[in-house]
Design a protein around this ligand. Structure first.
Ligand code: MG
Length: 256
């Protein structure tokens, strides 16, 4: 027969203590809920600004339109001259030897929408086929490439951060078909000539998430390792002229 302090009595005591604890906890929660009101956790100010969304992929009311129906007024070339890329009916196409398309306005952290089209007639292969790029702050390349059944290094295919990150999936459409990027870019922060916070980017390619808040490792380089070099808080972006007759339309930017 088990005596005082036996395992049997310990079990009864433990269950009794647990039950009392549970009752006390429930009572405390009920008391707390009675003291607080739903209104205590409601925030009413500041009220977010009203933004009118665009129809479909059109620019929202607070966006800076860089490529619309009105020509290349928002752009210059690398020499600071008016760009001579071809523009017709809201579509701009790379002109060989005419340099990159550089935005007049400088941007830091931003949301970007861009539509692009690789040539319908397939010429070349790998990096030589439908190559361009969107350079955030003129430094960090979101690769544009015809990656429809076109093998290349994966951190250089469409929707890669060039030579840094491959996209999660290949969401490319066929050559000659319009495609889209929607990106959220968090600009790097420098303090006292040193990197305080790296850049991050999230990208959707044709509506598919391909880069999920990845940390950019530094300035895009073709050869060697990327590294940060302190720069201004806002810089122009550019569209790369890689010699292929790539087309672009409907580009807008929302500063964050
Ligand atoms: Mg490129």
């Amino acid at each position: 027969m088990p005596g005082p302090g036996s395992a049997h009595n310990s079990g009864v005591k433990f269950r009794t203590v647990s039950l009392v604890s549970a009752i006390c906890l429930t009572a405390a929660l009920v008391a707390q809920q009675q003291k607080s009101k739903p209104e205590d956790t409601e925030v009413w100010t500041p009220v977010p600004p009203v933004v009118t969304p665009g129809d479909g992929t059109a620019a929202p009311s607070d966006a800076v339109v860089l490529l619309g129906k009105d020509g290349l007024g928002a752009w210059i070339n690398n020499k600071g001259e008016p760009s001579s890329w071809d523009f017709k009916d809201g579509v701009v196409t790379v002109r060989q030897g005419a340099g990159d398309l550089v935005s007049k306005q400088a941007f830091g952290s931003c949301q970007v929408h861009l539509e692009w089209r690789t040539p319908a007639e397939v010429k070349g292969s790998g990096q030589g086929r439908g190559n361009s790029g969107l350079f955030f702050m003129g430094q960090y390349e979101l690769q544009i490439l015809d990656s429809y059944e076109n093998k290349t290094y994966v951190n250089g295919q469409a929707a890669s951060i060039y030579k840094q990150y491959a996209p999660l999936v290949n969401a490319s459409r066929k050559p000659g078909v319009w495609q889209s990027y929607d990106a959220v870019f968090d600009a790097p922060v420098f303090e006292g000539g040193k990197l305080k916070k790296p850049a991050y980017i999230t990208v959707l390619h044709n509506g598919v998430l391909v880069l999920n808040h990845v940390e950019i490792k530094g300035e895009t380089v073709y050869n060697g390792q990327p590294a940060y070099h302190p720069h201004a808080a806002k810089l122009p972006c550019y569209l790369q002229n890689h010699g292929n007759p790539m087309s672009f339309r409907n580009m807008w930017v929302r500063e964050l």
